[in-house]
Design a protein around this ligand. Structure first.
Ligand code: GLA
Ligand code: ZN
Length: 682
């Protein structure tokens, strides 16, 4: 089931249980004034919905749903299970999780439950089931929203015993487990499943600033997998309970972009539609936000997603909670749509009076009326979205370039002890993504075992862990003519973080035609250089590189550039291997941005891939397609107007409702959506 919307859903989180009924009525008229057509609720109302184990109170929810319906406002119905009531934690203290340092937590905060606690499973599922029974046919109900921002790991005894069961299923025998984890290291061999100790801050692991470190990567990676699965089971219990009763409404939970603890590719298999919460800071680069949208779109193979939350103005939880500058809320809303969102939703519709979110931005401020900058901007956007109707709903992005993203690999790379503490998966992915983004080239994010047939170029930055079937999948892609690019510190280990013997890059060696003998780690102030053997496209001369330098030998590959310094000066630093009808590149160190851009420009031009229009920096362009229509989104992130050359193509500017061709000017922080009829769907 997917989301087929009649128009762009516009609205967001609303907490009527924090307000009196006369405020509800004021809210309804303000929502209408703002063009709001969907409300998400009740996200944190378990305590109100279930005052004790055998009493439910749905009357207030009936009332607010009726009121919303009367105002023709749709509902994204949340199951409220992200924060259990205090009575529940008191009655079932095992429901409270144990943290990384082994401390049993007390009641408080939110998402503060053990994901393997049977009572939590039972009671959250019951609540979801009761909500489904009561509201399945409610005419306002359009989407189900389970829990809220799942993601907290637990280290309690229940989780430990569930982990052992999970391992038994995965590995079958204790011998196999010892082998897969390389337990003869430091005498870790176990003889009984019950000897397995979960990895935490009081066993194998420790915290090093923000980073979790471990003595045993295999164990820690499996614990992440297990936790991601355990937390997913909480979502799935509710999903199944709802689905049994209500089979016609799509179900989602709000994800958080590049969020490390959960393997979102696995999660998305169980979501009818992906939704996510986007909270860029004032200084986040537009490309970094775009990357998260693209990653979220990639989770379900390009299906449109929901922008479930963004702030209309400011956050409360960052160190510095800047206001969104005039026009920026609108611009970022269109950026989400430009990357595949079919909804624009906020946290929150009305600002609360107490607790930590009272200074979080909202459509309705503490002033309580519509005469605020933020309200006016929200209302203006609401009006504008009405113009779009269902025109761009369900349109798709057609990317010819993909980047592989892999949660197991992310965990493995950053659990690695050596060669350098600088290894940061997201930063490496971002470097390649940003270069493509700056050239206005659309990018899909894919899993490593995805069918790559529709792409011309696939990047796999830092593909350290190569899981089963992946090398074969990449070989097939290149053999048929694809271009594959990977970097230093790739092809090192299998799915259990065990090194593939015979030389790096292990299973990718055949495809890349190289053999990496050693890996040098440079201090942050040490640099080497990548010197082009001869010009390659616009690449010419020497480029700075650092962090890691692979010392490699050519097998079938050719060198395109070599190191400029140190005892390995002259060894290959950039190689290409002609493989079947395609090419596989290896970038052996971490190069400066200028190199990455030049390199990408060259391999894209070989494949006839170019940016949509030549634009000034800070202007972002994407396209979505539906039937015979092509929608071009032009977003000016700059503080000044820019000129765009539309060549001699004829467009209709949907928001301004005028025809456009030739040159157009786009104001500071402005956005335009241009429609063009194309003969064939591309
Ligand atoms: C998250 C949550 C919301 C709210 C916002 C504040 O996205 O889902 O409940 O706390 O953060 O930014
Ligand atoms: Zn637990």
């Amino acid at each position: 089931m997917s989301l087929k919307l009649p128009f762009i859903y516009y609205g967001g989180d609303y907490n009527p249980d924090q307000w009196t009924e006369d405020i509800w009525r004021e809210d309804m008229s303000l929502f209408k004034k703002a063009g709001i057509n969907i409300v998400t609720l009740p996200v944190f109302s378990w305590a109100k919905l279930q005052p004790s184990e055998d009493t439910y109170d749905f009357l207030w929810l009936d009332k607010i749903l009726e009121l919303l319906h009367r105002y023709s406002i749709n509902v994204c119905l949340a199951t409220s299970t992200a924060a259990q009531p205090a009575w529940m934690s008191r009655k079932y203290p095992d429901m409270l999780p144990v943290d990384f340092d082994g401390r049993q937590r007390k009641h408080g905060g939110r998402v503060n439950f053990c994901p393997n606690n049977a009572k939590y499973h039972e009671l959250s599922t019951n609540l979801a089931r009761n909500l489904a029974k009561r509201y399945k046919d409610h005419p306002a109900l359009k989407v189900w929203h389970i829990g809220n921002e799942y993601g907290n790991y637990c280290y309690c005894d229940t989780c430990a015993s569930k982990f052992r069961e999970w391992l038994r299923k995965r590995y079958g025998t204790i011998d196999e487990l010892n082998r897969r984890w390389n337990m003869s290291f430091w005498g870790h061999t176990v003889y009984d499943w019950d000897e397995i100790v979960i990895p935490s801050g009081i066993s194998e692991m420790w915290k090093d600033g923000e980073r979790m470190r471990t003595c045993f990567q295999g164990i820690s990676i499996d614990y992440n997998r297990f936790m991601s699965d355990s937390i997913l089971s909480c979502y799935l219990n509710e999903y199944n309970a709802i689905r049994e009763i209500c089979d016609h409404i799509p179900i989602t939970t709000n994800l958080m972009g590049a969020f490390k603890p959960l393997d979102y590719f696995k999660w998305a298999e169980h979501m009818d539609v992906v939704s996510w919460d986007n909270y860029p800071s004032l200084t986040e680069l537009p490309g970094a936000t775009a990357m998260k949208h693209d990653l979220m779109r990639g989770l379900k193979d390009g299906q449109p997603f929901m922008l479930m939350e963004q702030t209309p103005s400011q956050q409360n939880w960052a160190p510095y909670n800047s206001l969104k500058r005039p026009g920026v809320m609108r611009l970022l809303s269109y950026q989400a749509v430009a990357h595949g969102a079919d909804t624009v939703m906020f946290f929150q519709l009305r600002r609360s009076i107490g607790a930590c979110e009272k200074f979080h931005g909202a459509v309705i401020a503490h002033a309580g009326h519509e005469n605020t900058r933020v309200f006016k901007e929200c209302a203006a956007l609401g009006e504008e979205l009405k113009i779009l109707g269902d025109r761009i709903i369900d349109s798709r992005i057609h990317a010819r370039v993909a980047i592989i993203f892999d949660w197991d690999n992310w965990w493995a790379v950053e659990f690695s002890s050596g060669p350098t503490i600088e290894l940061n998966y997201i930063k490496q992915v971002e470097k390649y993504y940003m270069a493509l983004h700056d050239m206005n080239i659309s990018v899909d994010f894919v899993r490593a075992d995805a069918d790559m047939a529709k792409y011309n170029i696939v990047f796999a930055p830092l593909l350290y862990m190569v899981k089963p079937m992946v090398a074969g999948n990449l070989e097939k892609f290149v053999k048929k003519g694809g271009t594959f690019v990977t970097t230093f510190f790739s092809g090192i280990v299998d799915g259990n973080d065990l090194v593939t013997l015979g030389g790096y890059p292990g299973e990718l060696r055949n495809l890349l035609g190289i053999w990496v003998e050693e890996i040098d780690a440079l201090f942050p102030n040490m640099k080497n250089s990548i010197v082009m053997d001869q010009p390659y496209g616009s690449l010419e001369g020497s480029y700075e590189c650092g962090m890691l330098c692979d010392l490699l030998h050519l097998e079938d590959a050719k060198a395109l550039a070599s190191y400029g310094k140190d005892f390995y000066a002259g060894m290959p630093a950039l190689t290409v291997n002609e493989y079947g009808r395609g090419k596989a590149y290896y970038i052996a160190s971490d190069p400066e941005e200028r190199f990455i851009k030049g390199f990408i420009r060259q391999i894209c031009s070989e494949k006839g891939i170019e940016g949509l229009f030549e634009t000034a920096p800070g202007v972002e362009i994407t396209q979505r397609f539906k039937n015979e229509s092509e929608f071009t989104f032009i977003l000016n992130h700059n503080d000044y107007p820019v000129d765009i050359n539309l060549k001699d193509l004829n467009f209709k500017d949907l928001l301004a409702n005028i025809d456009k061709t030739g040159r157009m000017t786009l104001g500071a922080k402005d956005a335009a959506i241009l429609e063009r009829i194309v003969d064939n769907e591309i």
